[in-house]
Design a protein around this ligand. Structure first.
Ligand code: PGA
Length: 252
């Protein structure tokens, strides 16, 4: 179903913490209103404060999260199941553990299966999202190269869940946590841009000066497959962007 697009609501917060709290409060409001909400979740440094604030808020409101279902955007290929750099571990640490979200409610694309059956793993993830009734609210960070999830430069707006070769800039940004480029994964499985654009609400967060150029392109640039975040602005009816002053530095 085509959605009519509406200009994004852009909020420039006084700090990254304030931006994270704003996103977390919206998540908490959603779960309060709809206890079986389907949340699309993201990993990365930007999300740490969002999940910390959501955990605080959920506890303060005694929110029932036992019926929430979650779908994460992506997962690296080639890491051991117990590798601490798996995105599932990030989510366990920052969100699922603290709120005791049952692991059977927390979905990730199947990175093991994707190594030998990329098409099947991708198809089943799409089917699982559909069977859950679609994603109510999707959190998104942005890579410095403009990626959304692991939709790297060259991704089409219609792309679906698939295995992708990671871009050099993505691997370089991740390298410090893998002890250098040589140990950094080369592939991942990611929701596609088309998959993401089907979520009923999109919430993009970007903090810090390093994101300023790509934020400017996302909000003012032409659509460009080399910068996949440019596909968000004109193709969704409910897009909000939370920035801090540094990330908003180049906006006019
Ligand atoms: P970051 O990553 O939150 O660690 O900056 C964002 C992204 O690459 O999507």
């Amino acid at each position: 179903m085509e959605k009519s697009s509406r200009p994004p609501i852009v909020t420039i917060h006084g700090s990254a913490d304030e931006g994270a709290v704003a996103a977390a409060l919206e998540l908490a409001d959603l779960v309060e209103a709809k206890p079986d909400a389907v949340l699309g979740l993201a990993t990365g440094g930007t999300m740490v404060g969002v999940y910390a604030a959501f955990v605080r808020e959920a506890r303060a409101r005694s929110l029932d999260v036992s019926r929430v279902r979650t779908f994460n955007l992506d997962e690296y290929l080639g890491l051991a199941v117990d590798d601490a750099k798996r995105f599932r571990h990030f989510m366990e640490l920052h969100l699922f553990g603290p709120l005791s979200i049952p692991s059977e409610h927390a979905h990730f694309p199947d990175a093991e299966r994707a190594q030998t059956d990329a098409v099947g793993a991708a198809r089943d993830y799409e089917s699982a999202i559909e069977a859950a009734g679609g994603i109510d609210l999707q959190l998104l960070g942005i890579g410095r190269n403009g990626h959304i999830a692991f939709n790297e430069p060259g991704s089409s707006p219609d792309s679906r869940t698939r295995v992708i070769e990671l871009h050099g800039a993505t691997r370089a940004d991740a390298a410090p946590s893998f002890g250098g480029l040589a140990g950094t994964p080369e592939r991942a499985i990611t929701m596609g841009m088309g998959t993401i654009l089907e979520a009923r609400a999109l919430r993009v967060l970007a903090f810090g000066e390093a994101k300023a150029p790509v934020v400017e392109r996302m909000l003012h640039g032409e659509e460009d497959p080399e910068t996949p975040c440019t596909f968000l602005r004109g193709r969704h009816g409910d897009l909000a962007v939370h920035l801090d002053r540094d990330a908003a530095r180049l906006l006019h």
